[in-house]
Design a protein around this ligand. Structure first.
Ligand SMILES: [Zn+2]
Length: 224
């Protein structure tokens, strides 16, 4: 299940009418779906295929209903300082640093839930048995992106794998991760994010990450 973040009345990060996170991640989702089907022969389904608003909780609910094997939420980053750039991948857990907290707050912004729902998040985390799988998936996808994108672009910064309480990942029955493919607030990455070739490199990286993830489970089951 591929989840292009935001949509409709929620533009996500935006810099004027032409540059909106919701459009960038929808483009990426459509490129990624094609590559997954062609290269891995799997079925890829999108939580939204057009510019419509989808509440955060409906996205994982849809993935659960469809019995998806993996859940990938696609996003674009932003920060108050323009010199911050790079790619990072998250899985659901308590936040590891201050910027992760701010990012989660922004990505959670459309949810009508209050911060007091943090308790529900904690309960969910404790029941969630997919944390180690999600963490493995996050590392494989982050590495896949780094290897692929660095083949074609210079100055790609690896911000690594992090943890934060994203509403959109809560309640997923399957391994679930959230990818931040660059900062719209950084001039170089802003340009790249609007370029189809860059999105194709990112998609190639995500596909190889998933390929490695699946392979490691196949090898484990052969050995076991
Ligand atoms: Zn976002």
């Amino acid at each position: 299940m591929i989840d292009p973040g935001h949509g409709g009345k929620d533009p996500g990060t935006f810099l004027g009418n032409d540059v909106k996170e919701k459009n960038i991640v929808l483009n990426l989702a459509q490129i990624l779906a094609k590559k997954l089907e062609q290269r891995l022969r799997v079925e890829a389904v999108l939580t939204r295929n057009t510019d419509i608003f989808v509440p955060l909780e409906n996205r994982t609910a849809f993935a659960n209903m469809q019995k998806a094997d993996l859940f990938l939420s696609l996003h674009v980053n932003a920060y108050k300082q323009g010199d911050v750039y790079g790619l990072e991948t998250y899985f659901l857990n308590m936040a590891t640093d201050e910027r992760a907290v701010m990012l989660a707050a922004r990505e959670n912004a459309t949810s009508e839930k209050s911060i007091s729902d943090l308790q529900k998040i904690l309960n969910d985390l404790m029941l969630n048995t997919k944390i180690s799988e999600s963490s493995k998936l996050a590392y494989d996808i982050q590495e896949g992106m780094m290897v692929q994108v660095r083949k074609k672009y210079e100055n790609i910064r690896d911000l690594g794998v992090k943890q934060a309480p994203f509403y959109v990942l809560i309640g997923a029955d399957m391994p679930a991760i959230l990818v931040e493919i660059g900062f719209l607030t950084n001039p170089v990455e802003k340009k790249r994010l609007q370029n189809r070739k860059y999105l194709e490199s990112i998609a190639d990286g995500i596909v190889s990450g998933i390929e490695n993830y699946v392979k490691s489970f196949e090898q484990a089951s052969v050995r076991g």
